[in-house]
Design a protein around this ligand. Structure first.
Ligand code: PLP
Length: 757
């Protein structure tokens, strides 16, 4: 703890702005002043003018956690709360960020969170989402953020800086490298929105070795047990999320906050607490900090920056911060002593970043897990327990099976005579999931999840959908069980799958088109997560594929395994067993459902077919397992399509259900262990599969399924006569008829298909 000159301790800030009505803030300061005046009667209050305030005498840019601790200690000494401000790095422009940080400091901010932009910020509201997008358009990367901090430090920034963001860009950059580079550039620590506890401990250990801080997040829903472990890893302060929901300046604050803060303080042994989410005015700031040590303002800062005239962002944010704090901080003159450029103190092995624990449920080798915002974790634990109880309860399965007549199960299995002859190799069998009620395999999962949701006492359902098939299946089971249903769908998919959108609405559900990002499935997933966080008590989110945080991948696989189980039994009745099973792969639910029952039998090949779109040599494909790399998306560690900075790539496929940039973690595990192989089909090859199944077997398949048809023909040729392969016919093609008509002028000539009259 440095020694401060009396003049450095600035009780005056509270008085400087003259907000006399603010009793709670003034109270401790008045107490302090009374003590101060009785000790030093010669000192008058005349120095207490904002312009003459002395600079803080903290170490100029000590890039360590101590600096943050000192800030809270100093605030406490001064009897005032700390203001923590957030800005997305590179918003509104990359050039302005250093000056914006200096403006925050000059306006009295005590700690700055510098947001690391991410393409898929599931815990953020629209304001911060948009700033992320703008920052990415402005080319912001971790490397450029480090340079922003160096520049700000050179210009006189002494305020501690925390990098705040999602894990994937950090994973991609390399954790050890990041710690070393942050220390050198003058970053003091991290807040990571979606790090699960075991990885948080590992990352925090790296931070501790380096001297940097790891600030944990606690939400109103965090259980006592989890709170204890999060409090234990807090080394400078704790970020308390004030309410359930995403970031955003709502103007309303949670009335349970005082009790929550007290709980956290008791459990942590009085580690400082800063409260964030929903704070935008001085009134909020004062009200929150009458219980907490500090308050975090994010979305409102972004709004101020957005509304500022061009080039005036730094000044606008300084004025705004001053309005909140009523105190002036250090202005941005260059520092007399240059920032301490500490050298790499980290000696972790380079491959540590890629090491993940394999124990525990929901892990498939290094894949799987629960990389979810803190607000979701309790709900996920409740779901996990509810699902485990259900799957171990024979009465649950009896109930599930009682709906087989409604679903059209078991689905039939038969040989595709003419397709087999066409391929000239192995016998091709078709597992007819297209004949299920609602036209695809999606009903298997939707029914299972709604039964679990009912057991958990949920009354509302939300879901995302790409092709619309999962939306239709979910709307169907919601109609059957009388539950309110909202389906999130990318606006581009709403256009492509107009028929399914109408079907969903006919079934009484609401469709919410998602305009953000690429306006496809992944954006629908982002939006569904955001919506779910705000209504966890009443609502279950039926994820439509084997993706998302644990327990979703296991739960979806369990309900979809009916495909493989039935196939096995149906072939066994004919005295056969398959040499290969084949399915298309979007998120991977029909594939994992077909593969899982065969996964322990090495005599059965598991073949997944991904969408190669315009071709794997172009950027326009969705072949996640074939061309992706390990990352974290939508709460799970798996293969993802991403750029070198860990930003999720835009994808393309002619079929709306396959253009997801991630994939189920179990499939990723099977790829890694070579248990399954993955091939691809381009848009044109899928269209060829579509034509062949239609014209040789009289079955119009979904465009998603058409990829698997193409893959099955290639596999049949490779396996040769006498072998048996089963193709999972995941869905029927009625929904795609218009898309095929639209695509024919472009793709038709590539396969010699011309349907013009
Ligand atoms: C008919 C059909 N098949 C396959 C898929 C891909 O999903 P998954 O990989 O989860 O089976 C979809 C997705 O919408 C679909 O509608």
């Amino acid at each position: 703890m440095p020694n401060y000159r009396v003049a450095d301790i600035a009780p005056c800030q509270v008085f400087a702005g003259g907000e006399k009505s603010v009793d709670f803030a003034a109270r401790p300061v008045r107490r302090w002043l009374a003590e101060f005046e009785s000790d030093s009667p010669r000192v008058s209050l005349s120095f207490l003018s904002p312009t003459s305030l002395p600079a803080l005498s903290l170490p100029p840019s000590d890039p360590t956690m101590d600096h943050i601790k000192n800030v809270f200690a100093q605030c406490q000494q001064e009897g005032r709360p700390a203001l923590v401000t957030y800005v997305t790095a590179g918003f509104p422009t990359a050039e302005e960020t250093p000056d914006i940080m200096l403006g925050m400091q000059a306006g009295g901010a005590d700690i700055i969170e510098l947001g690391l932009p991410f393409t898929d910020p599931i815990a953020d509201g629209p304001t911060i989402q948009k700033s992320n997008l703008k920052a990415l358009q402005n080319g912001v990367t971790i490397t450029s953020m480090l340079e922003m901090v160096r520049t700000a430090r050179r210009k006189g920034l002494t305020t501690p800086v925390l990098f705040m963001g999602y894990f994937n860009p950090i994973l991609r950059y390399g954790q050890s490298q990041l710690l070393a580079d942050c220390l050198e550039a003058g970053v003091n620590g991290f807040i990571i929105v979606d790090l699960p506890p075991e990885e948080a401990v590992r990352f925090r250990n790296g931070c501790t070795k380096t001297g940097l801080s790891y600030v944990p997040l606690i939400a109103p829903s965090t259980t006592e047990e989890r709170m204890k472990s999060l409090c234990q890893i807090a080394d400078s302060f704790i970020y308390l999320v004030s309410r359930m929901g995403v970031t955003g300046a709502t103007g309303s604050l949670n009335s349970d906050l005082p009790a929550l803060i007290k709980r956290v303080k008791d459990l942590s042994g009085n580690v400082p607490v800063a409260v964030g989410f929903g704070i935008s005015t001085r009134e909020h700031f004062l009200s929150v900090t009458s219980f907490a040590d500090g308050a975090v303002i994010g979305s409102q800062v972004i709004t101020v920056l957005q509304d500022a005239p061009a080039g005036q962002a730094a000044r606008a944010v300084e004025e705004y911060c001053y309005k909140i704090t009523q105190r002036k901080g250090r202005t941005g003159e260059p520092l007399a002593s240059p920032p301490s450029q500490k050298q790499n103190a980290v000696t972790q092995s380079a491959n540590e970043d890629e090491t993940a624990t394999t124990e525990g449920s929901g892990k498939f080798g290094v894949f799987g897990g629960q990389y979810a915002p803190e607000a979701l974790t309790t709900c996920l634990a409740e779901l996990d327990a509810g699902f485990e109880a259900a799957r171990n309860d024979p009465a649950f399965w009896e109930e599930y099976k009682s709906y087989y007549p409604f679903m059209g199960r078991p689905s039939s299995l038969h040989q595709a005579q003419r397709l087999t002859e066409y391929a000239g190799g192995a016998n091709i069998w078709l597992k007819r999931e297209d004949l299920n009620h609602t036209g695809s395999h999606k009903i298997n999962n939707a029914l299972g999840q709604i039964l679990v949701a009912r057991r958990l006492g949920k009354t509302e359902i939300i879901a995302e959908t790409g092709a619309g098939q999962h939306g239709v299946a979910t709307a169907t089971v919601c109609a059957k069980f009388g539950m309110k249903c909202t389906i999130y769908m990318g606006a581009e998919d709403v256009r492509r799958q107009a028929l399914n959108v109408f079907r969903i609405r006919l079934l009484g559900a609401t469709v919410v088109p998602v305009e953000a990002g690429s306006r496809t499935l992944r954006d629908a997933v982002n939006e569904a997560f955001r919506a779910w966080i705000t209504r966890l008590d009443t609502t279950h989110y039926i994820i439509g594929s084997a993706i998302g945080p644990h327990p979703f991948p296991t739960m979806v696989r369990t309900f979809q395994s009916v495909i493989g189980d039935e196939t096995k039994a149906q072939l066994a009745e004919l005295g056969k067993s398959p040499d290969a099973v084949i399915a298309c792969v979007g998120g991977g639910s029909n594939a994992v459902g077909m593969f899982y029952p065969f996964s322990k039998d090495p005599s059965v090949e598991l073949v997944g077919v991904e969408a190669a779109g315009d071709g794997l040599d172009t950027a326009r494909h969705s072949a996640t397992l074939s061309r992706g790399s390990v990352g974290v998306l939508h709460g799970v560690r798996t293969y993802v399509l991403q750029d070198q900075h860990g930003q999720i790539s835009d994808t393309h496929s002619v079929s709306a259900g396959l253009d997801y940039p991630g994939v189920g973690p179990e499939l990723a595990g099977w790829k890694e262990s070579n248990r399954a192989s993955f091939v691809t089909a381009t848009d044109a090859q899928a269209l060829e599969g579509f034509r062949l199944l239609s014209q040789l077997e009289g079955i119009i398949p979904a465009l998603e399924t058409s990829h698997a048809v193409w893959g099955a023909i290639q596999t049949a040729k490779r396996l040769g006569p006498g072998k048996n392969l089963v193709l999972c016919l995941s869905g029927r093609g009625d929904k795609d008829v218009q898309s095929v008509a639209d695509e024919l002028p472009k793709l038709g000539p590539q396969i010699g298909w011309d349907l013009r009259f």
